[in-house]
Design a protein around this ligand. Sequence first.
Ligand SMILES: NC(=O)c1ccc[n+]([C@@H]2O[C@H](COP(=O)([O-])OP(=O)(O)OC[C@H]3O[C@@H](n4cnc5c(N)ncnc54)[C@H](O)[C@@H]3O)[C@@H](O)[C@H]2O)c1
Length: 330
Amino acid sequence: MKILVCGGAGYIGSHVAKSIRLAGHEPVVFDNLSAGHEWAVQWGPLVRGDLMDRVAIESALISHQIEAVVQLAGSINVGESMQNPGKYFRNNFSISLNLLEAMDASGVKQIVFSSTAAVYGIPATSPIDESAAKRPINPYGEAKWFVERLLDWYSQARGFQCLALRYFNAAGADSEGQIGEMHSPETHLLPLVIYGAMGKRPPVKVFGTDYPTADGTAVRDYIHVSDLGSAHALGVAYLANGGASTAVNLGTGMGVSVFEVLRAVEHVSGKPVPHEIFGRRAGDPPHLVAKSDLAKQVLGWTPQFSAIETIARDAWAWSESALRQGLYMD
Ligand SMILES: NC(=O)c1ccc[n+]([C@@H]2O[C@H](COP(=O)([O-])OP(=O)(O)OC[C@H]3O[C@@H](n4cnc5c(N)ncnc54)[C@H](O)[C@@H]3O)[C@@H](O)[C@H]2O)c1
């Protein structure tokens, strides 16, 4: 199959493109390179285009004879979404609406969508299952939830098959070292910890050491980006085999605290991680972990690489390689 991977020059999208290629399909990356990188597009052609441009999407769908779409493109900074909500509704919700309209006009009706644990907001209980209340607490999560609602209506009204994948905390890098995370600005914990330990960034800020968790720091569900990649390849197969529209969590079900992340990086690198302690951040729940049985049932997916030591090892190796190759961005 030929699969359009929107946002395929980005961190997760490039790993998805690799997994799709390994599954025997051709990934055609559609990306405006606003945050993605040409070096990350290695497994199929790059169409440089913007999802605001419906004509460009239709032209890519038709000229590349696309059969299904993976939609990862969008703006990803939760903090920025609180300052500039319009950007997040435009560059998450509006672009996805545009994409669905272009797909409908071109007769392409299968889509795998990057959703997020942020659709749940601050959950009443953790681990969180897919039926938990959707109460996003920022425009980023709200726009993603709006897209999920849109997918539901396109399934009911237009015969689409839609799979929403709610990622928890994506982390790590390709274990063969070909690609990895490179965001600017960087807000994710693993690269902040690693480049901090390498002396490229200031000491990492730990927000809150008085949570009701084993070591007092916040607990999250880290999922290796290659495991996310394989879930998308399985998702494409699920839809191609006639699977019904649904939404599933992608997480391990295992919580890892901020201090455990720091210790894993210290262990794989042999270097101390400089850090400073701050108070809790507003809106940060103590414990955010996925219930992940549904992804196994629906997709036959089991994470292979998501132990925190493996994530830390692959992310460290990639960061060293990115520095050597001159790819590192402050
Ligand atoms: N990283 C995480 O932990 C995480 C967690 C949950 C969900 N997600 C979602 O996963 C997806 C990918 O995240 P990522 O970390 O790889 O982000 P990323 O910024 O690395 O990748 C996003 C890609 O989309 C492209 N893009 C943005 N707007 C576009 C537009 N209008 N038209 C065409 N291309 C456009 C960018 O150039 C970039 O290559 C995002 O939708 C994000 O919300 C990420």
